[in-house]
Design a protein around this ligand. Structure first.
Ligand SMILES: *Cc1c(COP(=O)(O)O)cnc(C)c1O
Length: 391
């Protein structure tokens, strides 16, 4: 910083608050001298059952193919990946199509995680003198990609704590924040870190009211965990709303966060625009292979969703027994109000080798966001929380 080179960066970047990731396991074990391999990380909403076994097998097979056949230069790591991701897109299109809606490869854009897609969307539709709208407590990446694009933001008040969906997105308030220069609305359904969700009726009503120059991004990173009948099938709306973009990811229920792969489904026109901004090889070949195999692994998805349902119940019960306020969640995490000492409680839990996530950066300084783990992990986390709260 001696040269003050930061001054040469564009002002929006100088003002950018960096994303705060969950603490990595290795870092904690190194810092606190905790025995390697004993830590549980419930800080980044990763799948406690791990990656889809089919995805792991597919990558292993691909690497073995390389070992066994070093002269076959068609499928090896030294080649660039298929920049169009053709096979995966075809597989996704087949999987996502229903009797009511035909999804084709032209609707799909692949990203290096869905975060990459969110960034592509911001760079495609935002610039200075344009702005984006999102809710209070919305996913932290929306302000980052908005600001990085030089654009402004308008934040809609969330539902109050006595609402049936406390801390949830208030679509009416979001609609009010839309102005002539608003070009994107970001909606997370369910939202992270609140776990709140929007039903089909209210969300479609919102779509009907939004001016067509405004792109509506519905971020469905956790959709596979939701089992309410009123949860929308937004892909069925694509024909009616050319300004709709639905984003999804392989990071959460498929357990492939480390490989970085996600996608969006939109009108072909929007997909064409995103494709112009996209790095030609933004998704790596192992991620493509793993994602294709993960799509065949319904068993892993169902198992993960079922484990999560039971884990959410376990946590809700634990919170009720302790008279701890929590935000009712349909995601794979629960955000619990532990009080003014949230940061100290978080640190005390670290000493028990349990990593959760403080959410003060979301303006929730009294809450901790806890990823739902296995039954045993949840028990250990609850015990660590009990101990930490007594200090
Ligand atoms: C985790 C998460 C994502 C997914 O991020 P990836 O880049 O796909 O790993 C997107 N949106 C929300 C709300 C999330 O919590």
């Amino acid at each position: 910083m001696e040269l003050k080179t930061w001054k040469y960066a564009v002002s929006a970047i100088q003002e950018l608050n960096p994303y705060l990731p969950g603490k990595p396991i290795e870092e904690l074990e190194r810092e606190l001298g905790i025995e390697a391999g004993t830590t549980i990380k419930l800080a980044s909403n990763e799948n406690p059952l791990g990656a889809s076994p089919k995805a792991i097998a597919a990558i292993q097979a691909k690497l073995n193919e390389y070992n066994n056949n070093p002269t076959d230069r068609m499928r090896t790591l030294e080649l660039y990946p298929d920049g169009s991701g053709h096979h995966l897109k075809q597989k996704l299109a087949d999987k996502l199509s229903t009797d009511n809606t035909r999804i084709s490869t032209e609707h799909i854009t692949l990203g290096n995680g869905s975060n990459d897609i969110l960034d592509l969307i911001a760079r495609t539709f935002l610039t200075i003198r344009r702005d984006a709208v999102f809710s209070e407590y919305a996913f932290a990446v929306y302000p980052i990609v908005t600001k990085a694009a030089g654009a402004g933001r308008h934040i809609a008040k969330a539902h109050p704590t006595d609402h049936t969906m406390p801390y949830g997105h208030n679509l009416k308030a979001m609609l009010h924040q839309i102005r002539g220069n608003t070009h994107i609305v970001f909606i997370a359904n369910p939202n992270n870190p609140t776990g709140t969700w929007l039903n089909s009726d209210e969300l479609e009503h919102f779509m009907q009211q939004v001016p067509v120059h405004v792109v509506v991004v519905i971020d469905e990173a956790y959709c596979e965990y939701v089992d309410h009948i009123a949860y929308p099938n937004t892909l069925e709306w694509l024909d009616n709303y050319p300004n709709l973009i639905v984003t999804r990811t392989f990071s959460k229920i498929h357990g492939l966060a480390g490989l970085r792969i996600g996608y969006s489904v939109s009108s072909p026109e929007i997909a064409d625009l995103l494709n112009r901004v996209r790095q030609p090889f933004n998704v790596n070949s192992l991620a493509l292979t793993a994602a294709e195999a993960a799509l065949d692994d319904d068993e892993h998805v169902e198992k993960s969703a079922e484990l999560n349902r039971r884990g959410l119940q376990q946590w809700e019960q634990a919170c009720k027994q302790r008279e701890l306020d929590y935000i009712p969640s349909v995601g794979n995490f629960i955000t619990v109000k532990v009080g003014e000492n949230a940061q100290l409680i978080y640190e005390a839990m670290l000493r028990e080798a349990v990593i959760v996530r403080p959410v003060a950066n979301y303006n929730l300084p009294q809450h901790l966001r806890i990823t739902i783990g296995t039954k045993e992990q949840n028990e250990r986390c609850i015990a660590a929380l009990d101990k930490a709260m007594k200090l």
